[in-house]
Structure formats: C-alpha cells, structure tokens
Ligand binder design. Structure first.
Ligand code: ZN
Ligand code: ZN
Ligand code: FE
Length: 767
C-alpha cells in the first residue's frame, strides 16, 4: 500500500481533467481525490504500487489525456497512507480561489469519440448535429455568466432528457458535467430556410441533404456554426465564388476554405509538420499554407488572387462533419458572415435581415450563440506557429504571468485589430479579436464585450492601460470608465512587451518593430523602430529616418502619398514613375505641396507605408482597398529564392538615434524598374534589404548594450518572407529571438503588452 500526492501544472482546468482523473483512478481501484487549485490540479491517490505506477504513467503519456489538456509539469511525492479512505472523489475547489475563474473554457472541435458516435446507427445521437462531451463542443461562445454551469449558458433553454441527465451526472461517463450535453430528443435542432426566413426543411437529415445539393448547384449558403455564421460556396465553382464576392462587396480579400479531411487540403497546399498539428488540433484554426502549383487550376481562382498562400481549416462542428460526408462536398469557401468590416453575425434574426441579399438559403439552429467568435487564423514562421487572428479555440485561455498581479487591470488595446486584456492573479486573459473600432458596430461590440468578459472572470479593474494615442477610440473608452488610474503606453513598447510577457523574459531586450502606425512619444507616427525595452522601461535606440506623410486617413490607403514623402528630396527625377501611379499631375503637385509646406502632413517612420510605396512603384496596385493589400501583393510577388540586396544607410544622428535611410535603395529600385528587371527579384531584394537593415540595427544595439536577445513585433512581421529571413539572419549572428507564438504579432497582441507593463508597474509600487 502506497499514497502519492501529484501536482500537475499546465492547461488542466476546464478541459475535462478531473473527470478523466476520476475515471482512471476508479478503474485502477485507487482511492483518494482530485482538486483544482491556484497552480493547476492536485491529486492524491492510494493503492498498490503497481496501480499507482500505472496511474502516473497514464498522466505522463500525452496520448491518454483529454485532447484539450496540456501538461507543462508533473511532480509526485510519496506521502503518508490514510487508514480510513473509501473510493475516489472529485473535490470542489474553494470558491474564492482565483483558479475557479478558468472554468470557462474554450470552444473545441468535435472529438474523435463524438464523431464516431455520430456515425454509429446504434447510438441515440446518430447523426445529431449538436453531439458533444467533456472533451469537445461549445463553451465560451454559449456562456452568459458565471459560474459556468448549464443554467448560465444558452443551453438553459433545453431541459435535459433522462438519458442525457443520466450521463451528465455520472462521473464514469465521458459526458459527466459536460454543460452543453444534448440529444435529438431534448436538444437543439437545425432547419433550412430561404432568404425570407420561410422554412424549406426541418428534418435534420433532409436539411443536410438539401444544403449539400444547393452547394453542389453553386448556391450560397449561410451556415450557423459555433462562433457565428459562415457564408459557404463550393470552392471549385468559380461562378459561385465570384457571385459571393459580388454580393458580399468584398473586392480581393482572400477567402478561407474548409475541408472534410487533411488529405483534401494536401492536394492543394504543402503541409509541414507544424501546420499539420495546427490544422488537426482541437482549436482547428484557419492555417495559411503555401499553395501547390496545381491549386490555381483546380480551386476557383476568385478564392484568393495574388497570394502564394491559401487559408484552410478542417470542419470542427458536428454539422460540418455531416455536410462533408455528403457526396460532392469536398472543399467549401467558408468566410465569416458579416458586412464589410462589421462584427461577425451570430443571431438568427440578424442573419436574415443582413444577409438576405447575400445567401440563397440559411442553415439555422436554435442553440443561441451568446458571444460571436471569428475563426482563428495562423501561419508558420521559422517552423513555429504564429497568430494572425486569435479568437475561437484559444479565448478565453489565459496566458500565465510569473507572479500574481497586485491589482486587477484592464488593458484596452489598440484601435486596429483590437483585442483587450484583463489581469487577475497570475492570469492575463486576452479577449478574442474584436476588429477595427472605427466601425460603429465594432465599437459597440467592444464596449459590450469588455463588461461581459469582466463579469465572466469577476474582474473589477483598479487600473486601466491604453495606447498613448490620444485620439484612439480605445483611449477615449479608457478615459470614460471613471477609473482614476489610467496608464497610457507607447504602442511599440506594448508590442515588444507582449513578447516579453509571453516568454516570461525578465530583463532588457533589443526590440525590433516593423509596423504600420503607432503614436510616438515625440508626436510622430512611428513604425520601424529599434527599442531597448523591458517591462519596466524602454528607450528608442534607432528607427527609420522620418519622412513626411500627407493626407491623414488617406495616407494609409493611397500609395502615392508615402511615395511622394519618401522621394520628396528629388521628386523631379521620378516623374516618369510617379505618373504611372497617379496620372493626375495636378493632384500629385497638390500632395507634394502639402508635404513641402507641412500642411496636413506628419513625420513618420512607418514601415507599412514603405511597402505601399514600393508595391506601387512595381505596378502591383495603387491603393489598399483592404488593410495591407499592397504589402501582401509585394510579398506574394517576391521570388523567395532570390538573395539580392539593395544598399541602405545606417548612421548615428546626434549620438541619439541610429537612423536607417532607405533612399539609396529606392534610387536603385527605380533604376531597376526602368531597366525592366524582373519584378520578383526587385520585390525579393526589397525584403532582403529590410532584413539586413534590421540586423545592422540589432548588431549596433548589441555592441552598445551587450544584449543578445531580440524580440520581434509589429504587423509588418505578418509578412512571412521578411520574418523568416530576419530570424535566420539574427540566429546566424548568435542572437536569441523571441518570436510570439501565443498572441498575434500585429496589434491583436498590443493589449497583452499593455497589461504586462502595467502589472509590473503596480507591483513595484505596492512593494
Ligand atoms: Zn466529444
Ligand atoms: Zn437528451
Ligand atoms: Fe502596431
């Protein structure tokens, strides 16, 4: 007889860990208990040596664990045997325990067991589109409030039948305390209706069959899923995809696709091991993959033009599995159902009122989505995962800090690609992707999401962090809260701080920032920076030499504006080129005069705008019709095998700042264009030059500060070509590189950085 205490740290709460431990311990006839605590999960088991050995073995083998469970460490120690213990129990944690709050878990793709049951004609949930268990199904998207139990979810509308409640109450069952448990007798249902809301089919199987037929015929379907509606069409049907583009008024932005299986995706795109594990993970994000040469011939061209990548995900809701089992349904465009830049649509009536002109029919269901959640979007950089959008499957999973924060914090984020962040105890809870706040409906969604997440995690912020930009809506929101302590944080410091927080990096790093815009401490618009930064402070060591940017909001759209600013010194030489981009000479002259006189023009070191300018020089377009359209075109145009570089200058200015000057590069690019050099090589050499310039800055910084860790951040690093090349150069030169894997490198990660800086600040004050 033996007794051991086991402590597990990692993602162990709200992922079905305790029932799993209960089942394993019980089947091995061990006695004892399991409990959630501050750190993770604690277990005590008692029994014969062999069974305990087997039990520990199971906990240590990843393949046995519930799919969402992730163990970062297991410690076990022998303790004294108890004489009077009967059976194994799940103990409830203390309610004032900070750990309780992680009970609201993430939305998870259907697990293998549920998919198997759904295909089993003998099972009472055969072909049931809402099958789920402790290991899978909706969570965060259906929670109204805490505590997380059924009455507080949108499943409250459905009373469990005796069979379901039997499973729900049985610790030996894999549906023990699975809040959304349901079956055809007691749970939600699907139906198909036309664009007027008139029901076409209400029998589940007929709904699926009819929906599949309509998709095969090239019709557009709105399909309600886990986090919201998708608009779906057959990805092989060019006419259908084009019609969807027209109806959605979405010019060129690539559509994501959903496939029934990995083997389908593999036909059209290269899947490396890192991408494979993301695609098949329980979070099922969209993953951007390099397209195979054949893809363009097979997949409708309108799905994504002018990119080297295609975005794929696997079906994750039971309904998706049913749909892909139908004949002729292999690959679907599955794009978020929203209008322009508005929030994702998740309510039935809203879908009908807003999408009646877009979708031919609607696959509806009556399980209400309380919180809309976009699909997460990821890609692979330097063999590691990176987020482009963090939402379904990852939120509200916390990022853990080293020490508990001494105060509760709200960080409001930035205005583009907004997310916000709450801090409670050791947990940094980063919200899902909210969107661009300048859209009125997105802003309203933002102001509703913050109180909701605060309530779920029972956070009453005593300190609020926001961006330094006084004009940001998120800054104004922070000021409107009536919380006395407001801490404005420089945008790019927050960018780098997010990397420091993710890596638990204690000291200073060389922070390299490649970004579109961020309000600088000198009032200029920053964007290409080298910061020496920690969570406690930062200083600017170097940056791209300022150039004037005219035209306010238009400056980020029309490429002629940054180009005129970058070339301002010798515009005359470039008339031949500028005329191709803005044929209206009067307009060119007007902008040039604005720049010369400093009217409606600001100094900037934005790197995003340099991409716009160079893309326009190369004839890849003249305006961003959606964000980063020109930079993406420039990346796609580049020949990845070309190693050419252009000249640039790096010089010290008044012994204060190191300045990168890209004018030498622009001169040669112009000459290359005149000489009709291959566009792919020019585009590649441009990327290579930026990587070389960042490396040169990092080398200078290393010399000055004896630092050899570099953190990378900023939206421009969503560019894989630049990020990959720079990381390779830095590693070759012996730098350690902090590349963000848990939060987006773009502004979607800003709130985490703001929160981390603020947490350190208030902790220092409280000492
Ligand atoms: Zn399941
Ligand atoms: Zn039932
Ligand atoms: Fe940014």
């Amino acid at each position: 007889m033996k007794r051991v205490r086991i402590e597990i740290i990692g993602r162990v709460q709200g992922v079905g860990c305790r029932p799993f431990v209960w089942r394993e311990a019980t089947s091995l006839r061990l006695s004892g208990w399991v409990q959630n605590d501050n750190q993770g999960v604690t277990i005590e088991v008692q029994g014969d040596t062999e069974s305990i050995g087997r039990f520990v073995e199971i906990l240590n083998s990843a393949s046995h664990l519930p799919p969402m469970m992730q163990v970062s460490s297991i410690r076990s120690e022998p303790i004294e045997v108890l004489s009077d213990e009967n059976g194994f129990v799940i103990r409830h944690s203390d309610s004032d325990d900070a750990a309780e709050i992680t009970e609201v878990s993430i939305d998870t793709a259907s697990c293998g067991d549920c998919v198997r049951e759904m295909k089993d004609p003998q099972d009472f949930r055969y072909r049931y589109p809402f099958i789920n268990c402790t290991n899978c199904g909706p969570r965060y998207s259906i929670v109204r409030m805490v505590p997380y139990d059924r009455a507080n979810t949108t499943m409250a509308a459905f009373a469990m039948c005796p069979r379901c409640s039997g499973q729900y109450g049985d610790p030996a069952d894999r549906r023990f305390h699975a809040q959304p448990v349901a079956c055809p007798a007691c749970g939600p249902k699907i139906w198909l209706c036309d664009s007027q809301g008139k029901t076409i089919e209400s029998d589940g199987d007929k709904v699926i069959a009819t929906a599949a037929r309509m998709l095969r015929e090239g019709r557009i379907l709105a399909i309600k899923g886990i986090g919201g509606f998708h608009l779906a069409v057959d990805a092989f049907n060019e006419q259908a995809v084009e019609r969807l583009r027209q109806r959605k008024h979405r010019d060129d932005k690539p559509f994501a696709m959903m496939a029934g299986g990995l083997e389908v995706i593999e036909r059209y795109a290269a899947i490396d091991p890192a991408a494979r594990s993301l695609l098949t993970s329980p979070q099922t994000p969209i993953v951007l993959l390099d397209r195979k040469p054949d893809a363009a011939r097979l997949i409708a061209p309108s799905v994504a033009t002018g990119t080297r990548t295609l975005g794929f995900m696997l079906g994750y809701a039971p309904l998706h599995h049913l749909l892909f089992a139908e004949a002729g349904i292999e690959l679907l465009v599955m794009t978020s159902a929203n209008l322009a830049d508005e929030p994702l649509i998740c309510k039935n009536d809203e879908a009908l009122s807003k999408l009646s002109g877009v979708a031919d029919a609607f696959v509806m269901h009556d399980r209400e989505i309380f919180r809309q959640l976009d699909d997460s979007v990821m890609h692979i950089v330097d063999g590691q995962q990176a987020f482009l959008r963090r939402a379904r499957g990852f939120v509200p999973g916390p990022i853990l800090g080293d020490e508990p924060a001494s105060k509760e914090i709200l960080a409001c984020g930035a205005d583009l690609k907004n997310t916000f962040c709450l801090v409670k105890g050791r947990q940094f809870i980063l919200s899902e992707h909210i969107g661009d706040l300048e859209d009125g409906l997105v802003y309203r969604h933002y102001t509703r999401s913050i109180p909701h997440l605060r309530q779920l995690f029972e956070v009453r912020p005593q300190v609020v962090a926001c961006d330094l930009h006084p004009g940001y809506l998120s800054t104004q929101y922070a000021r409107s809260l009536g919380i006395e302590r407001i801490i404005p944080i420089q945008h790019h410091w927050a960018h780098i701080a997010a990397a420091l927080a993710e890596y638990h990096f204690p000291g200073q790093v060389i922070g390299l920032v490649a970004d579109g815009t961020g309000f600088g401490t000198d009032g200029a618009i920053w964007g290409c920076e080298c910061l020496i930064a920690s969570l406690e402070s930062f200083r600017r060591f170097g940056h791209l030499r300022y150039y004037p940017l005219a035209g306010g909001d238009l400056a980020a759209k029309e490429a002629i504006r940054p180009l005129l600013g970058l070339l301002a010194d010798d515009l005359g030489e470039y008339d031949w080129l500028l005329g191709r981009i803005e044929p209206d000479a009067t307009r060119r002259k007007m902008i040039a005069e604005q720049i010369a006189r400093g009217v409606n023009s600001v100094p900037t070191s934005s790197l995003g705008r340099v991409f716009d300018a160079v893309a326009a020089m190369l004839g890849l377009g003249t305006a961003n019709r959606f964000e980063a359209q020109l930079p993406m075109a420039l990346e796609a145009a580049a020949d990845p095998d070309c190693g050419d570089e252009y000249p640039f200058d790096l010089a010290e200015d008044n012994e204060q700042d190191w300045l990168i000057d890209l004018r030498p590069m622009l001169r040669v690019i112009a000459a290359d264009i005149r000489g009709e050099k291959d566009t792919g090589r020019i585009a590649a050499a441009f990327h290579n030059t930026l990587a070389a310039a960042f490396l040169a800055l990092a080398l200078q910084a290393r010399q000055h500060f004896k630092l050899d860790t570099v953190a990378l951040s900023g939206g421009v690093f969503c560019n894989r070509l630049l990020a990959n090349r720079l990381i390779r150069l830095l590693k070759t030169d012996g730098f350690r590189v902090l590349w963000k894997q848990q939060v987006p490198v773009n502004d979607g990660g800003i709130a985490l950085g703001q929160a981390a800086i603020t947490a350190v600040m208030v902790r220092r004050e409280s000492r």
